[in-house]
Design a protein around this ligand. Sequence first.
Ligand code: PEP
Ligand code: CO
Length: 462
Amino acid sequence: MDASSQFYANHVRLLGKIWQPWTWKDFAATQQPAWDDAELASSVSQIGSLPPLVSADEIEQLRLKIGMASSGHAFILQGGDCAERFQDCNAEHISGRLKILMQMSLILGFGTKKPVIPIGRMAGQYAKPRSELIERTSDGQEINSFRGENINSFRVVADGRRPDAKRLLQAYHYSGATLNYIRTMMQNGFSDIRNLDSWKLESLKKDLSWARYEKIVSGLRDFFQFLDSMGTTVQGGSKAHQDSFYVSHEALVLPYEESMTRFVPSLGRWYNLGAHFLWIGDRTRQLDGAHLEYCRGIGNPIGVKLGMESDPYEICQVIQKLNPHCEPGKVTLITRLGAANVQRKLPVLIDAIKAQGLNVMWSVDPMHGNTERSLDGRKTRRLESIISEIESSFEIHKRLGTEIGGIHLEMTHEPVTECLGGAESIEPIHLNQRYETWCDPRLNGSQVLELAFRVAHMIRNS
Ligand code: PEP
Ligand code: CO
């Protein structure tokens, strides 16, 4: 190529006319670890030759469901750990996470009569963006921060915190094993509503919300017995509940995402076949940044986290870049503004997007804008602030004539003590009892059920 055509080619690429899975490299990529280049090249070339984890048909199905949610005909429940851990890739943890999402879907679906579509923050939610790249150890040493298990080790030792590209390959395998177990559970009818007894979690049986949950379950049990006695089946077989489960993670580590990007000839399009849904974090959604460049070329539905710094004008351009053909369900805006700010910021964002006539699904992440520090320095969140942000968001959307189509939560089925409040009245002094997260504080099983009943009520009134 001579100098002028080289110049032209670069110019066209920079203008964003040509997209390839690797064109993100021409743009500034924030939050990328300093890898050893040779190790990274070896890992991503191995991942690139391994089979996809999900199919493009499943991705398209999810996009359509998100489209339904954007017009109020379905509700998207996205939830899971802030930072998924390799050690949690086992039957107990995976089924526990599925059970709590199923219970929550049942409460929301029963309360609102809308289909609830669960999307796990799992099977790949390993990488974490960090505001502080350096951490000080108890003996005063400065080491790299933990950036997620696909990048470095959680252990507080300098060597363990070195970015290790072999971890990307491990992450691929752990994601695959997690998905494989999810699919096995689904194939065995786990999500079938007639199997709702198998969604029980022993740890929640004494919970105050459990009695309310059991009331729904026993009502449904009676209903099924009645149908059976009449020799009737629920229309469409017994699959009255979801028969699919979708997985998602933050599209943060771009070399990994690139290696999971495959061209699907039957659909004539590129997809990231490492997850159904990907989101761009609040720290990496720059209009001229590499994360947006990567995400604009793939067919997957994309979430964009919107924090207090979001500029409404820029966000409109982000949406147009991600979804130039206005496909329904393609872009989900996940607002994470905080209970104290939502009244001030959300209407501005909604008005700007409405004025441009852009088609988006609105979701609310009531976790990341409500993080505070306890006196002993632990990150925590109050259930009441979380619920208050959701409540205000419903109220604002209703007032402005838009729909909330989903929520995005950091949660676990386990009885951890990471967020304050709830029926068990978790106080700051209890945080040390079971504070197990490797990144942000999660709602525990009991807090999740309580929140689900409150949200069902809000959806009904929206
Ligand atoms: C997250 O979802 O864990 C996260 C880092 O969110 P945000 O990008 O909104 O801060
Ligand atoms: Co988080």
